[in-house]
Ligand binder design. Sequence first.
Ligand SMILES: [Zn+2]
Length: 291
Amino acid sequence: MSDIILRVLARDAGVRVQVCIATELAREGARRHGTSPLASAALAYGLTAGALFGGTLKVGQRIALKFAGDGPLEKMVIEADAYGRVRGYVVHPELPSGDRIDAAAVADAIGDGLLTVAKDLRVGDLYHGTIALTGDGPEHDIARYVAQSEQIPSLLRLSVEMDDAGEIAVAGGLHVEVMPGHEAGVLAELAAQLSAMPPLGDMLLAGSSPEEIVDRLLGEIDYLALETRQVAFVCSCSYERSRKALMVLGADDILEMIVEGEAVIDCYFCHERYVFSANELMAILDEMEAE
Ligand SMILES: [Zn+2]
């Protein structure tokens, strides 16, 4: 099954629900960054959270999540947009993995620190919120962020299951948020219902679709499916953008690269490498001098 996010609206109950399957997204992140099993799991949590946040955005809006902690992972950055495009990296892809690779191990790898969320809402301002990371892991940290910074009562589940080879078996998430003007009481009922269901990871491993998971969660509650969207690891970098980045450097820097024979721009987010030959660098230098 390809990665998708399903968004539904239960108007009478006053909640929006999103369920996403992010297995391929997580695997692509691991493949691109050559991550150790523990780093793969951490990145998978981040990318899944990014996909769910992206689902709350309007067309043209973007979000960035930065986890900066005192654990060995040090830093993880995730970006997502409203079109299901998600990208991200960890600064230590080689992070040593212990015997257990689970939410608690990821929480320890991140440690205490700060979660910063930046949203480009395309209304002029960059919205910016920060909360303390308390070592409880991405699911708890993001849930607290939504409750504290955005003041939205919500439920969040992030699930990453690894296989015996240390690869991503499944990744996915579920998010319920109370609509403005509605009582948050329904969340307690839905949380109880979630507790009575098998864990999200088990349902994903069993091949449950987002529709089946939403049906099970909402039970008798009426809802309207708003949208099903593909989710994928997509980076916005390009040869042209890398070229523009080189143009911003000084002529001395370009000359130095010409002497070295080439310049390689390696994208942080996706590890795509853009190679500029000495001839291409000369052309860039000519253009710089013509401006
Ligand atoms: Zn890239």
